[in-house]
Design a protein around this ligand. Structure first.
Ligand SMILES: Nc1ncnc2c1ncn2[C@@H]1O[C@H](COP(=O)(O)OP(=O)(O)O)[C@@H](O)[C@H]1O
Ligand SMILES: O=P(O)(O)O[C@H]1O[C@H](CO)[C@@H](O[C@H]2O[C@H](CO)[C@@H](O)[C@H](O)[C@H]2O)[C@H](O)[C@H]1O
Length: 527
């Protein structure tokens, strides 16, 4: 790994003109950035062999009496792949004595005879306020190349355009960074950048501007770097801030504690309140899909058929994923020590032919259901629980897919499968607790977990489909619904197998059981 070689940066040039100091930039790229970025949670390349860090663009944003630079840092890896990251930076003079979170301090610096620190500007209040001001006034800031275009969405309240507002960084470490304004607005600054509009902005803006669906945080604005001859690059998006108790992964986990207590006391009990919540989430999910089903919409959102090219895409994707996961599983098989997990792995490996044959149905079966833009990475962690309802967030799409693939239309059943898998995870993870595993026979624990899962799955599916009413062009008939659900459940569980092998080996059993559940259903269809 590349290490930092200096403690401070020096320049005789004023900070506002710092781009002219090529020597400083060179130093920054070689000696400061690698060390700093490797400490950041949002930098996804930590485990890879890094070759270089280059500031390929530095967009200028005026801030109170100074300037912040929205740097686009291009990271090149040894295998030749590159990634672009957004790093906003500003210089804070020591005499201003600002209280900056230690993780925001990039380096000490002497700039134009002034001692200070170069910081990640999200921690600099001047930057926070400037961004809010530009969003509120929907300004364009001209750059050496193109402009930074700030837009204001329907979710931005007129009363806030000129009113003072407090700002702070949300202390949640995730793949992006968030600044919160007056507990009213949530601004996400994207860290990993893509040379196309981020799907999240497309989706949130579309739902806010073209439907009455109120269960996403309304779109309040975005900032985009636009250059005539190149695709737009989305830098950030602002939504209304949602007061929430927790996400539904946490909520479901808490409810499952009651279920586990009942099980320990030898009874099977799911509170009526739990079924009501599952139904409400299913209803909101269906309503989100109805908001996205807009036959009069522009091309990006108009519903499409299961044409040949989509069928081929879906089939290729599933079979490629299967190839990758079979190889990964074979490579890691000896690390699996648990007998039950080994047996599940065997069941999966032995079913390759059956799965391939079933997957070929994607190419050959008549499918008259339609497809639309969907959430794409839908699970319990992507839904915030408010006092009495749910708010759906994080429309960035599947983390492993390219931006172009994330914008492909699917049957909304793919989202449903994501959520059903998540319920399966919730009960399975809970049942892995030592207090249960050590006390009860594995077969009995599995039977009880299956029973919980089947009831919840059925409750979700029934309410989801009822909300659409029958028939609906998105779901031609039950045969298609069942076939597509199995395909998407399989795809998701096979994807998850990779995630668990790489990040949570103790949980490998969960997606394997999900895959084997699908195999058993396929076998039943053949009988
Ligand atoms: N509009 C919002 N209002 C309040 N909190 C939010 C909002 N959007 C996201 N969050 C919080 O920020 C966390 C990260 O948001 P998410 O959209 O998942 O970002 P990332 O893309 O960084 O994963 C969420 O789990 C939630 O706690
Ligand atoms: O939320 P991300 O987009 O980062 O998704 C990744 O991490 C998820 C875990 O946080 C992972 O989700 C899997 O585990 C969840 C429980 O932790 C479960 O609710 C999901 O159903 C399951 O897929 C996701 O697969 C991964 O891409």
């Amino acid at each position: 790994m590349i290490q930092s070689k200096i403690n401070s940066l020096n320049s005789k040039i004023a900070w506002e003109k710092i781009r002219a100091d090529t020597e400083l930039f060179d130093n920054f790229e070689k000696n400061v950035l690698p060390a700093y970025m490797n400490t950041c949670r949002w930098f996804a390349g930590k485990a890879r062999i890094q070759k270089s860090f280059k500031v390929t663009t530095a967009l200028e944003i005026p801030i109170e009496e100074s300037m912040a630079l929205l740097m686009i840092v291009t990271v090149t890896y040894e295998d030749g792949e590159i990634e672009n990251y957004l790093l906003p930076v500003s210089f804070i003079d020591a005499s201003h004595n600002k209280d900056i979170a230690p993780k925001g301090i990039i380096t000490l610096a002497y700039i134009n005879n002034k001692r200070g620190i170069i910081v990640d500007a999200i921690y600099d209040e001047r930057f926070q306020q400037a961004i809010f001001y530009h969003l509120a006034h929907a300004e364009n800031i001209e750059q050496a190349k193109g402009k930074v275009d700030f837009t204001r969405g329907k979710g931005f309240l007129g009363e806030d355009i000129n009113a003072p507002i407090s700002s702070r960084v949300l202390p949640v470490d995730s793949s992006n960074s968030a600044i919160v304004f007056g507990d009213k607005y949530f601004l996400k600054l994207y860290r990993k950048l893509f040379t196309e509009t981020n799907p999240e902005v497309d989706m949130v803006e579309f739902i806010t501007e073209h439907s009455n669906f109120a269960f996403i945080p309304a779109f309040a604005g975005s900032l985009v770097w636009k250059e005539d001859l190149n695709p737009d690059i989305t830098l950030g998006m602002m939504q209304r801030m949602v007061e929430n108790q927790a996400d539904t992964w946490v909520q479901t986990g808490e409810q499952l504690e009651d279920f586990v207590d009942a099980f320990m006391a030898k009874s099977f009990s799911i509170k009526e309140e739990v079924f009501q919540q599952v139904e409400l989430l299913a209803q909101r999910t269906a309503e989100m899909h109805l908001a996205l089903y807009n036959t009069g919409a522009e091309k990006m959102f108009v519903p499409e058929n299961f044409d040949e090219s989509y069928r081929k895409f879906l089939h290729d994707r599933l079979t490629n994923l299967l190839d990758k996961r079979y190889n990964l599983l074979i490579d890691n098989y000896t690390k699996i020590t648990d007998v039950v997990t080994r047996k599940l792995a065997w069941d999966f490996m032995e079913a390759r032919e059956l799965i391939d044959e079933f997957a070929d149905g994607i190419l050959t079966k008549p499918i008259l259901s339609q497809r639309i833009r969907i959430h794409g990475d839908y699970h319990l962690g992507q839904v915030l629980a408010t006092k009495n309802d749910y708010i759906i967030i994080d429309f960035e799409g599947e983390p492993e897919s390219s931006i172009t693939d994330r914008k492909i239309k699917h049957s909304p059943l793919k989202d449903v499968a994501g959520m059903i898998r998540s319920y399966h995870y919730a009960i399975s993870a809970k049942m892995l607790k030592d207090s249960i595993v050590l006390k009860f026979d594995a077969h009995r624990v599995q039977t009880v977990a299956d029973r919980w899962y089947k009831l919840i799955q059925q409750t979700f599916m029934d309410k989801y489909l009822d909300t659409f009413g029958h028939p609906h062009p998105l779901f031609k008939n039950n045969n298609e619904i069942n076939f597509l659900m199995l395909i998407y459940l399989l795809e998701k569980a096979v994807y998850e197998l990779g995630y668990e092998i790489n990040y949570r080996p103790d949980w490998v059993k969960i997606p394997l059981k999900g895959i084997v559940n699908v195999i058993r259903e396929i076998e039943k269809l053949k009988m």
